[in-house]
Write a protein that binds this ligand. Structure first.
Ligand code: DI6
Ligand code: FE
Length: 426
């Protein structure tokens, strides 16, 4: 395969909803069945944003040129578009110096308790206006898209006051429109206690509940999250927030059992939550509760790796109880400055012993489920035409390479959002 130079295309490209197309010749990892549910020498057609044919080229119901205006003879593998279901992508500043301090022995908790950590990003984000927040976040979004992401979640949580939480969520919405991809927003006002509420965490939860209903009324919130941890909020405080979310008919998810077992996974399952995230310390009771509630396990190997954790999430229990596992970047300036979902899949295989098949499901269909989205994550007729063509010989390569540029065509709703600038032979 000839090396390509790649560029993220401006959203102005191909916004025509009638745009259709047909790729022939690549192998398809449809994920619509056991394993990769692969189809060799496949064909993939779409129209009006949804797949109209997914199958072997040999079974196409007519001449390719009669099926679509644009027919592309291609190679490699096509997978569903990747879904990054847990990110904190919108923030200002960075925490590289904190990284150095941790390398010298300071722990994440010590830095947080001394007013650093999340609160240092809060200070930087509060002083950034909307445009500069947008400008610093866009390159991070583009890095994810270049590596195959077509849907992602973005959390607030570095404002911890109404204006800045709103600004973060507005930037998340603007990023989606600007790049032509899907962004689901999550209100994470209960991420840390801001200094003005020192010693008054219950008052802060009351304030956060008030902001939640305002931000929801402004159409800025798709889900609600909290950091339930000794350095975050207690299960009782989290429960109060979840009750407010329920009253607003908003789905919940939780940073659960990351650094200790506070039974966070069971708590979010009790509320029928979309996902319990991190869950390194979750017990079997928590896993059973997730299985019963249909709550997805979101594994975040980037944070595990960067914090040099040793406690592994209960992957065997999740398999035994058939809890779907999703993989996400957790892209954030403190514990997971990770700008590639494929790299997260690689880390999930090396650290958590997921198979490359499990990792691909985790970054597609299970990630979509963790966002409550059932219209994507598989190559199937009728599903959204979100897909990626990769320059690889086997899908396991997606979890094998560390770095590199493998994604050659990224389509979201049938529209290209990243293409090779120079195609082989062009
Ligand atoms: N857990 C995480 O992984 C991020 N937030 C959280 O509660 C880390 C956020 C940060 O350190 O900035
Ligand atoms: Fe997180």
């Amino acid at each position: 395969m000839v090396a390509i130079q790649a560029a993220v295309m401006e959203a102005a490209v191909a916004t025509d909803a009638r745009w259709d197309g047909l790729f022939v010749g690549a192998h398809l990892a449809t994920l619509d069945g056991e394993g990769y549910a692969a189809i060799e020498d496949g064909a993939l057609a779409w129209r009006d944003g949804a797949f109209t044919y997914v199958g072997p080229r040999a079974d196409l119901p007519g001449e390719p040129s009669s099926l679509a205006t644009q027919v592309v003879e291609t190679s490699g593998w096509i997978t569903p578009g990747l879904v990054d279901c847990h990110t904190h992508l919108v923030f200002a500043g960075d925490r590289a110096l904190e990284f150095e301090r941790r390398l010298q022995g300071a722990t994440y908790e010590e830095i947080a308790l001394a007013g650093g950590g999340i609160l240092s990003t809060v200070r930087a984000t509060r002083t950034a206006d909307e445009q500069s927040l947008f400008d610093t976040s866009l390159p991070r979004l583009d890095a994810l898209v270049r590596d195959g992401v077509t849907t992602l979640e973005i959390k607030s949580g570095y404002g911890l006051d109404l204006d800045t939480e709103r600004r973060m969520l507005r930037v998340a919405r603007r990023l989606a429109t600007h790049r032509g991809i899907t962004v689901r927003t999550t209100c994470l006002a209960a991420h840390a206690l801001p200094p003005e509420f020192d010693g008054r965490p219950d008052d802060y939860i009351d304030a956060a509940i008030g902001w939640l209903s305002l931000l929801n009324a402004e159409g800025l919130v798709d889900a609600v999250d909290a950091f339930c941890e000794s350095i975050g909020f207690t299960p009782a405080q989290t429960r109060r927030l979840f009750e407010a979310a329920r009253a607003l008919a908003l789905p919940v998810k939780l940073h659960a059992d990351q650094l200790s077992d506070l039974a966070g996974a069971a708590l979010v399952a009790e509320f029928g939550g979309l996902s319990a995230d991190h869950i390194e310390h979750t017990s079997e009771a928590g896993v059973r509760a997730m299985a019963a509630a249909g709550t997805v396990a979101v594994l975040l190997p980037g944070a595990f790796h960067v914090l040099r954790e040793t406690k592994l999430p209960p992957v065997d229990l999740l398999r035994r109880h058939a809890v779907p596992m999703a993989i996400a970047t957790d892209c954030n300036p403190g514990t997971s400055p990770l700008l590639s979902l494929r790299q997260a899949m690689q880390l999930a295989c090396t650290h958590f012993r997921l198979t490359p098949q499990e990792a691909l499901r985790g970054a597609t269909v299970n990630g979509a489920q963790a966002l409550g989205l059932r219209d994507r994550g598989l190559l199937r007729v009728g599903m959204r035409a979100d897909f990626v063509r990769w320059d690889i010989r086997h899908p396991a390569e997606l979890c094998y390479w560390l770095g590199g540029e493998l994604a050659s065509d990224v389509h979201c709703g049938g529209t290209p959002v990243h293409t090779p600038r120079v195609r082989a032979g062009a």
